[in-house]
Design a protein around this ligand. Sequence first.
Ligand code: C5P
Length: 230
Amino acid sequence: METLPIIALDFESKEKVDQFLDLFDEPLYVKVGMELFYQTGPELISDIKARGHRIFLDLKLHDIPNTVGKAMEGLAKLEVDMVNVHAAGGTVMMQRALEGLRKHNPNTKLIAVTQLTSTTEEMLHDEQNIQTSIEDAVLNYAQLAQQAQLDGVVCSPLEAELLTSHLGSDFLKVTPGIRPKDAQTNDQKRITTPEEAKTNGSTHIVVGRPITQSDNPVESYHKIKESWCN
Ligand code: C5P
């Protein structure tokens, strides 16, 4: 069975999060990113967990291996469902992140960001000085993440098929950039519908504004959930 669509809680305060979560009377899977976490701290995580929701804590750690390992030891105690690091931090950093996490926690999934969906091929070539296609750069980072024993990666739904063919269907492909047919694209460039993401091999979809900015968030969520889960 597919996991629930992950709702990106991109709000600036706990009050806004509470107002949003109060609309729902069912367990959700939500994503807390750095905007919210840096302003509210770990307390918000316990509050959301106490409401019975699952959490992807999207902090994208990227530092020297020792620092990331120690930071993960701390995050492990929050007992969220999923956390992440940047694959660009390297294999040793990813291994140390996993060791740190596993010291206190056998269950939390650890995934790696490959290339941000905001990175264009021009930026890859001119700024990062990686002279390959985006797809090859993503595949390279995903392979390093798998070698480091991570559970999967964050990628575009358009890259999920390629990653499944090289890394298998059990390797998690967590994909933002999801827009239902009738929704605004906002600033997302490389997007698919929930149905296409599923066909491409995404194992989790992350959806923000089509739900959080909707006039009827509950109805929008259920439509997306049905098209993803059916
Ligand atoms: O509102 P929207 O559906 O575009 O939200 C997507 C969420 O996924 C945001 O929280 C965004 O920061 C995050 N994200 C992304 N692309 C990535 C990694 C994370 O859009 N590569």
